[in-house]
Design a protein around this ligand. Sequence first.
Ligand code: SF4
Length: 405
Amino acid sequence: MADAVADTLDSGRHLLVQAGTGTGKSLGYLAPALIRLTQRPADRILIATATLALQSQLANNDIPAALDAVEQVSGKRPTFAILKGRTNYACLLRVRDQAGDDQAALIPASDLVAAIKAAPAATPESALGAEVLALREWAEREDNVGGLADRDDAPSHTERGWQQVSIPVRECLGVQRCPHGSSCFVERSRDVARAADLVVTNHALLAINAMHGGTALPEHSAAIIDEAHELVSRVTGAASAELSPQTVERVGRRALTFLEDDLALELLESADALRAALDASPLQRVEDPDSAFVAACSVVRNVTRQVVSALAGGDDKQEPEKRQAAAAVKEVFDIAERMAALGARDVVWVAERERSGREARVAPLSVSDLMRRSVFAERTTVLTSATLKLGGDFDRVATSVGLRT
Ligand code: SF4
């Protein structure tokens, strides 16, 4: 395997390689990749995994071991960095300003102290309050020492606690507009990755990078995709979206205070139009451009476009809430526009959740075109896994990921 990977990196072609669990698969690609980096210091190689578990195994065990061996042989030691999704790092806007999507769910610092004092016994409120305080103090310490505030290094916490100090992609103000942009941990993690020879990331970030014209990851000369049997589902997941009346109402409530009454009302009414259309639609794929569902998506698209333009302008650093509301509305606009278009490369359908009711979903019909255009056409790629051969050969997986038409 190591020879095949080395040949592939030299030839600029692509490689599908299967290696059973426990056979040293990761060393089979790390050794040739690291040797190549010692010979070509201007290159950068990306490794993408499906799971955080494999990322940690690479970061804590396999890469340090491979680096020791490469250093012994070559006298050189390439650098490496782990690059994760935004929600894996603390967000200083949340930590310091408690700004966020659902304000009722975020706890101001003064209330945290009050909650702990008022409930000294181990109640859920005091436990969450203490947890969030500890996370905020840890994030500030990380900032003081130039750390990354990576969730893996955080004090023990629950999912709910972490939500108080991290931010989803759609909520991020962007480094230029954020009052804490100059110390942003996510931006720091990207700087560290841009300075590293080997970068370990995940399939979803690889997909986002492909969809957004290469802005999510640092430039790299080759990519090694481990756990490649998961690639199609992870890329499909990253390229899919959902839209529900509740989502439109939620972003509408956030934008209300910044809007004229008429436009605010129109936005909330578009949620009702979407709800009525979803309730009248069968639970199946939508293919009719004249359907009530497509008409409702067009209504949501048109009103959210107006809202985005009404929320533009002003001093973003002074009004982070307004900027976040605009970003949330823009996301709804993008999804409604995509659904209303019923594009040839998408499939749109009406689904139902047991607790929240009906919603619309959109997913790419196939990710092979995206992968072919934005990953395989750009650089040498190695795909590996313990289970890549389906039916005895690589044909099916090569077609599904876009290596073969
Ligand atoms: S730029 Fe985004 S992630 Fe960074 S601190 Fe600001 S809001 Fe948080």
